[in-house]
Design a protein. Structure first.
Length: 130
């Protein structure tokens, strides 16, 4: 597990920290890639988290949500302690059985669902209710 201290910043409404390049290099090596979202886990100020490391506007960022750090939007400019590593656990979202049934029944809806980008499919699968 790699550790560093960082200043909590914000872009739009999203608190985040930059991950130092030498730590990014270790994560890229562990993940065997340096593109696309990369699953990571670790701790923020000692509290465990699971998150996805993403590149936005040319910079790799670890977004800090309120589950990871309570009241994080109010803690902008504070220094936090971050532990991070590549998360080797498979992260699979299993669609709700009602979603599967509904998509089988409604071919037009299935076509639209299949054309959603992966994150949209995952979000729809996780939040679907009938």
């Amino acid at each position: 597990m790699q550790k560093f201290k960082a200043t909590l910043e914000i872009i739009g409404i999203n608190p985040f920290v930059f991950v130092p390049q030498q730590i990014l290099n270790v994560i890229f090596m562990q993940a065997k890639r340096n593109k696309g979202p990369i699953p990571v886990c670790g701790a923020i100020n000692g509290k465990k988290y699971k998150q996805t490391l993403v590149k936005y506007s040319g910079e790799w960022r670890l977004y800090i949500n309120t589950t990871m750090l309570p009241n994080s939007p109010k803690k902008i400019s504070e220094n936090i302690e971050v532990a991070i590593q590549f998360d080797t656990k498979v992260r699979t979202v299993i669609p709700h059985p009602k979603l599967v049934t509904a998509l089988k029944k409604h071919k037009d809806a299935k076509k639209i669902f299949d054309n959603l980008p992966r994150p949209g499919q995952k979000k729809s699968s996780a939040t679907f209710q009938i």
